[in-house]
Design a protein around this ligand. Structure first.
Ligand SMILES: NC(=O)c1ccc[n+]([C@@H]2O[C@H](COP(=O)([O-])OP(=O)(O)OC[C@H]3O[C@@H](n4cnc5c(N)ncnc54)[C@H](O)[C@@H]3O)[C@@H](O)[C@H]2O)c1
Length: 270
């Protein structure tokens, strides 16, 4: 059910790895709603992923960029504006990776080089993208930049380790850069805090299935799917949210406001 919500809007979507990725679902929805965009991912992920299939389905091109490299980002934004024919209206940052989590390190045994890598890939890259946009004056007024977060920014989750700090930083960058960019160019910057979702990044966290099920029981509406998230991102890219900026927007079926639910009580009482 397409409504042309993004007709005439141009942008860049970071982070589509495979069909489970939130960015993948978002690309399909944005395309359906009339938006045009380039796709990007880290060169290594592109070799493993199937992003070219997605590009074909959306009639677009892939421009590789490591989101931690200022040079790659400068090239990506320059080329995207050339290809799409002008300044951009939306950017999705759908990027997360922790070498510590990948290698199964506990929070009391962090490798600090990897810790810094986690912060660089998963949070600082958001600042680098915004700074690249500002330097190139790459965004139109009321453009919308969205990053994806998780409630571990506010609450402790034992196996989310250094990603918790990365998400807290990501949300903080959205506020600080949102203020600056809003004043300068009326650009909007927000994060969406998404339910646990079965993707490559999600499933990499140990105990994921348990906290997926727990969150599902603790959310009156159940967990929000990747597709639900894609729909919300489309709304955030559209003109219907022109005055929303500097927010961390909960997209979690009510999880973050629930103390306990009947579903969970029933499960525990069994
Ligand atoms: N899956 C969940 O449970 C969940 C919940 C809340 C928030 N999120 C967030 O959603 C976002 C998207 O994750 P996903 O769940 O769709 O998983 P995903 O694994 O499909 O996507 C993560 C993406 O990050 C990319 N990436 C990693 N290093 C990069 C780099 N150096 N440069 C550019 N790209 C790089 C990967 O290639 C991949 O495409 C992440 O920020 C994640 O933390 C996920």
């Amino acid at each position: 059910m397409a409504n042309n919500l993004l007709k005439g809007k141009k942008g860049i979507i970071f982070g589509a790895l495979d069909e489970n990725s939130i960015a993948w679902k978002t690309a399909l929805k944005v395309h359906e709603e009339g938006g045009t965009f380039t796709l990007t991912n880290a060169p290594i992920a592109m070799r493993m992923g199937k992003i070219n299939e997605l590009a074909k389905a959306c009639g677009t091109e892939v421009i590789p960029a490591d989101a931690t490299s200022e040079q790659d980002l400068a090239n990506l934004f320059t080329k995207s504006q050339e290809l799409l024919g002008g300044k951009l209206d939306f950017v999705l940052h759908s990027i997360g990776m922790s070498p510590n989590i990948r290698k199964g390190k506990e929070y009391g045994d962090m490798n600090y080089e990897w810790y810094l890598k986690t912060l660089d890939i998963s949070a600082l890259s958001f600042h680098k993208i915004l700074q690249t946009c500002e330097k190139q004056d790459a965004l139109n007024e009321y453009a919308s930049v969205v990053g994806l977060s998780y409630i571990a920014a506010q609450r402790a989750y034992p196996d989310y380790t250094d990603m918790a700090q990365a998400k807290a930083m990501l949300e903080s960058i959205a506020r600080s850069y949102g203020q600056r960019y809003g004043e300068k160019k009326k650009v909007r910057v927000n994060t969406i805090s998404q339910s646990p979702t079965k993707t490559t990044a999600g499933a990499g966290i140990s105990g994921f299935d348990a906290f997926y099920d727990y969150a599902d029981l603790m959310s009156p509406l159940g967990n929000a799917s990747a597709e639900d998230c894609a729909n919300y991102i489309v709304v955030m890219f559209s003109d219907f949210t022109r005055m929303v900026t500097m927010q961390n927007l909960m997209h979690d079926g009510g999880f973050s406001s629930s103390g306990i639910t009947h579903n969970l009580i029933e499960r525990i009482s069994k």
